[in-house]
Structure formats: structure tokens, C-alpha cells
Design a protein around this ligand. Structure first.
Ligand SMILES: NC(=O)c1ccc[n+]([C@@H]2O[C@H](COP(=O)([O-])OP(=O)(O)OC[C@H]3O[C@@H](n4cnc5c(N)ncnc54)[C@H](OP(=O)(O)O)[C@@H]3O)[C@@H](O)[C@H]2O)c1
Length: 267
């Protein structure tokens, strides 16, 4: 069954037949309380989203409204094995209008895999894999029946420039992002042939100035700039959204993977 309220959610542009628009939409953003996710809330609100559903462990100081956009919060720990299933259950029951899912929540563990404190690092890696890879995949799966009901729906998975070339200090983080990127591409293939109403995006931010990168790295962009570029990419129907310097990295990887890996190795 198609939801008639989304009949006007696509516009025809030179860049894509069904470029997305967000007016009137209900959008779920995991990890929307801080950083890039929070900036995405503001970006979607500015574009007239009806409601944003933020999912995370804490609401932080997120307001109830941003302009005329309602901001709901669902408390869930997506590093827990049952987190994605529970979140999907609540979304389907309480927010059936939700037609856009942004899998944004993530964490980065810096870890030594050669001389590890195995007990400690193994459990940190398990949480990291669950949050960064398993939960986005499962959330998409559990929400699929809901998304397919809408005339225009989307999943946007936030990966990282580190999906293209890893840095040595966070090997599992980089692997989860590369894995999620690969999964997202294959999901797009499946949706392309069987669910034309569903757009599948991957967004790859460069270094962004958030809690995740506090105290390290140079040349960071703001979360607001990052969010703007992600949303513009979705509006322009770009399935793979390279944000900021990720564009340059991808070009370097095409010409000289060795150079690209070398640049990122100690990043
Ligand atoms: N910052 C960068 O340079 C950068 C670069 C490339 C890609 N990215 C990716 O962009 C996304 C957002 O990163 P960010 O820099 O904005 O991170 P951030 O500032 O650390 O914010 C992380 C968000 O995820 C939520 N979160 C963390 N653990 C969670 C859990 N167990 N369950 C549910 N929610 C959880 C946090 O809320 P609570 O703590 O309240 O749960 C918070 O809202 C991540 O996927 C990250 O990998 C970031």
C-alpha cells in the first residue's frame, strides 16, 4: 500500500528523475543527539521535515521542536544485540509515517591488535562492530516493510572516508565502515531492481569536528557543513556522497592506491 501523503515527495530535476525532498517527512536519525546527527536534525528541519525521530542512549539537550519540526526521542542502546530490533519495533508502532532512515550512530575505538589487552579490547570491538555495522544492517532489514509502504523512501548509511583507506590506530572502526559501505552498495543493487521507491545512500564524511575526534586531527570541517553536504547529496540523488576531502581521497585512490593508503595510514 502506498502512502498518499508522500505523493509529492519527489521532484524532477536534471540530476535525477526522483530527487528527494524532505518537506512533510518523518525521518529517523540514529545518534542524533550530538555531532553530525544533531546537525542533520537541523538540516532536515530547515527543509520542512514534519518530524524527526532521534534514537540513541540519551536525548542530550535536543529540543522538542526545531522550528515547526517535531523532535521525538527513542531511548535505545544500538551497541546491544537487541537494540536495532527494539528500535524498529517502536518506530513501526509509533511512527508509521517514517520514510527515511539515517544510520548515523557510531563510535571509534582506538585499539592495539598486536599486543592487546585481549579481554578489554575484545569487548570494546564487539560493541563497535554491533553499533557501526550490525545495527545499521539489521535496522534497515527490520524497517524494510515500513519503508516499502511509502511512495518515496530512503536509507542513508553514514560510513567514513576511512572506508576507502584505513588508519592503523582504529582497525576495527575502519573495517566496519568499509563493510557497511560494501553492504550499502549491494543493498542498492537489490533495491534498484525490485524497489524503485527506495533510495539507498552512503555518505562518507572526512574528519569532522565532533566529540568523536576531540583533541585530535587537523583541518576538520564543522558538523553543520558535513550535514549540509550529506543532505544536498540526497537531494541531488547521489547514491555515494563523498563529503569534503573524501572526494580528493577517492580521486587519489583511483590514481595511486599506494599514495592514498600512505596518506591515511597515520591519520
Ligand atoms: N567525526 C568524524 O570525523 C567522522 C568522520 C567520518 C565518519 N563519521 C561517522 O559519522 C557518524 C557520527 O559521528 P559523530 O562524529 O557525529 O559522533 P559523535 O559526536 O560521537 O556522536 C555519536 C552519536 O551516536 C550516538 N551513540 C553513540 N553510541 C551509541 C549507542 N551505543 N547507541 C545509540 N546511539 C549511540 C551518540 O548519542 P548517545 O551517546 O547519547 O547515545 C551520539 O548522538 C558516526 O557513524 C561516525 O562514525 C564521523
Amino acid at each position: 500500500m502506498l502512502n498518499p501523503s508522500f505523493g509529492s515527495s519527489a521532484v524532477h530535476t536534471e540530476e535525477g528523475l526522483h530527487a528527494m525532498q524532505f518537506r512533510g517527512r518523518t525521518i529517523c536519525i540514529t545518534g542524533g543527539s550530538r555531532g553530525i546527527g544533531r546537525a542533520l536534525c537541523h538540516e532536515f528541519a530547515q527543509l520542512g521535515a514534519a518530524a524527526i525521530v532521534v534514537a540513541g542512549r540519551s536525548r542530550g539537550d535536543l529540543p522538542d521542536m526545531i522550528g515547526s519540526t517535531l523532535v521525538n526521542f527513542i531511548s535505545v542502546d544500538l551497541a546491544e544485540p537487541d537494540g536495532a530490533r527494539m528500535l524498529a519495533h517502536v518506530l513501526i508502532a509509533e511512527h508509521p509515517d517514517c520514510s527515511v532512515l539515517v544510520n548515523n550512530a557510531g563510535q571509534q575505538v582506538l585499539g592495539d591488535c598486536v599486543a592487546p589487552d585481549a579481554e578489554e579490547i575484545a569487548s570494546a570491538f564487539e560493541s563497535e562492530i554491533q553499533l557501526n555495522f550490525t545495527s545499521p544492517v539489521l535496522l534497515g532489514l527490520y524497517l524494510m516493510p515500513l519503508l516499502l509502504r511509502h511512495r518515496h523512501a530512503a536509507i542513508c548509511n553514514i560510513t567514513s572516508g576511512l572506508a576507502l583507506a584505513p588508519k592503523q590506530s582504529s582497525p576495527v572502526y575502519c573495517a566496519t565502515k568499509a563493510g557497511l559501505g560494501s553492504y550499502t552498495r549491494a543493498l542498492r543493487y537489490q533495491a534498484g531492481s525490485r524497489a524503485a521507491n527506495l533510495k539507498i545512500f552512503e555518505a562518507l564524511p572526512p574528519l569532522v569536528d565532533t566529540d568523536m575526534t576531540r583533541g585530535r586531527g587537523r583541518g576538520k570541517i564543522t558538523p553543520e557543513d558535513c550535514a549540509r553536504q550529506i543532505v544536498q547529496g540526497m537531494q541531488r540523488d547521489r547514491p555515494i556522497i563523498d563529503v569534503g576531502k573524501t572526494r580528493l581521497l577517492r580521486a587519489i585512490m583511483r590514481v595511486s592506491p599506494r599514495l592514498g593508503y600512505g596518506i591515511m595510514r597515520n591519520g
